[in-house]
Design a protein around this ligand. Structure first.
Ligand SMILES: NC(=O)c1ccc[n+]([C@@H]2O[C@H](COP(=O)([O-])OP(=O)(O)OC[C@H]3O[C@@H](n4cnc5c(N)ncnc54)[C@H](O)[C@@H]3O)[C@@H](O)[C@H]2O)c1
Length: 352
């Protein structure tokens, strides 16, 4: 089997998870890397034996050796780079979110249709091993009809700053950065129902809490305590045409007692707690029972999930499978996220 030749565009933090996963896949060769910052690109090229280094992604895309690319850049460049890559004949793994606006999302979808290439959205949580386990239970009907999901990712001091805090480059704060993961995961497990309406709230009350002392938190490379244009927290109620609903709340800054991560789905035959750890709930013989699957990673295993995501992308490039995170799922999520921001700004429920 000939190897899939990969180019990685954007060599910052998350690219390391892509590089490591590609390195672990015997059917892959990373041949090209690109970053606006040449030293960052060179460092990855040396570490992962890529022979071509670029600072302009157009040049990487002009390299006919490259079959497929990972797009690991700021959110405001995802659409432009993905469209150019598809038009250059490359398959694309685009980090989440697909892009910032619905217009952009539709343009990316159009490029997929016109080129016959595919784009996989980087919904890494779908690829966690606990989700593969849960999916088997769901597909076998053990949870019945899933009609409600509740997801909460709370950081009390977790605005990374840099481009994450710049609405122009990120598209927003915790909703588009971490909310996208959990809303997508619930939506995927519910069977991807069609969205009917969205009601949301966003708050800018605490800012990035750069006043807090004696407490470490993750900061982006270009952290600037004086700059922040994104929301502190967001919550939303998302209704679907089949009557199902998702409630979500996410924050970068909040007066919460501790960080927390909770994702639950509820069906008419059973439910599941996904985070912090997978547990399935049902009833038998008039008794409520909790089932704790005995698996190596009952919680979210970050690098393991990335390895699975990249293997899935590579197998899709090889034509062995069809990606389970197609561009359409990116478009639908951007519609939902944009509707939450619009609902919050206008104080109304958005109907589709
Ligand atoms: N799947 C996940 O769990 C996860 C986690 C973190 C980040 N992400 C996503 O990954 C992307 C990158 O995030 P990050 O944390 O690595 O940010 P980062 O700032 O660490 O890295 C981004 C890199 O992209 C480069 N870049 C920006 N525009 C470019 C362009 N036009 N051409 C070439 N290089 C360009 C920057 O110089 C930087 O090195 C974002 O879309 C983010 O939402 C996903």
């Amino acid at each position: 089997m000939s190897k899939v030749k990969i180019g990685v565009i954007g060599c910052g933090s998350i690219s390391e998870c892509h590089f490591q996963a590609y390195q672990n896949n015997p059917n892959v060769q990373v041949v090209a890397v690109c970053d606006l910052k040449e030293d960052r690109a060179r460092e990855k090229a040396e570490k992962y034996n890529a022979s071509h280094v670029y600072t302009d992604y157009h040049e990487l895309l002009a390299n006919t050796e490259v079959d497929a690319v990972s797009v690991c850049t700021w959110n405001n460049t995802h659409a432009e780079i993905s469209i150019a890559a598809l038009r250059a004949g490359k398959n694309v793994l685009c980090e989440k979110p697909l892009c910032k606006t619905v217009d952009e999302a539709l343009q990316v979808e159009q490029a997929v249709r016109e080129t016959g290439k595919f784009l996989q959205v980087g919904y890494v949580r779908r690829h966690a091993s606990n989700i593969s386990v849960l999916k088997k239970f769901i597909d076998a009907g053990d949870l019945g009809e899933i009609y409600f999901a509740k997801a909460s990712l709370i950081r009390r001091l977790g605005n990374p700053g840099g481009w994450f805090a710049d609405k122009e480059r990120s598209g927003g704060g915790p909703l588009i950065d971490i909310g996208v993961h959990v809303i997508d995961l619930c939506w995927y497990l519910m069977g991807r129902p069609k969205v009917k309406s969205v009601s949301g709230n966003t708050y800018n009350k605490l800012g990035n809490r750069s006043n807090i002392e004696h407490f470490d938190f993750y900061q982006a490379a270009d952290y600037d305590a004086s700059f922040n244009t994104v929301e502190d927290m967001a919550n939303a109620l998302i209704r679907f045409e089949n009557g199902a609903s998702i409630m979500v709340d996410v924050s970068f800054s909040l007066h919460a007692k501790k960080e927390s991560s909770q994702i639950n789905i509820y069906g008419d035959k059973g439910g599941a707690e996904i985070e912090p750890e997978l547990s399935i709930v049902t009833e038998r013989h008039n008794t409520i029972i909790n089932i704790d699957p005995q698996i190596t990673s009952p919680g979210f295993d970050f690098q393991g999930a990335f390895n699975n995501e990249i293997n899935h992308f590579v197998d899709s490039c090889l034509g062995i499978i069809e990606t389970n995170c197609p561009v359409e799922d990116g478009v639908e999520m951007i519609k939902i996220l944009n509707a939450v921001y619009k609902s919050a700004a206008e104080g109304i429920e958005i109907h589709f």
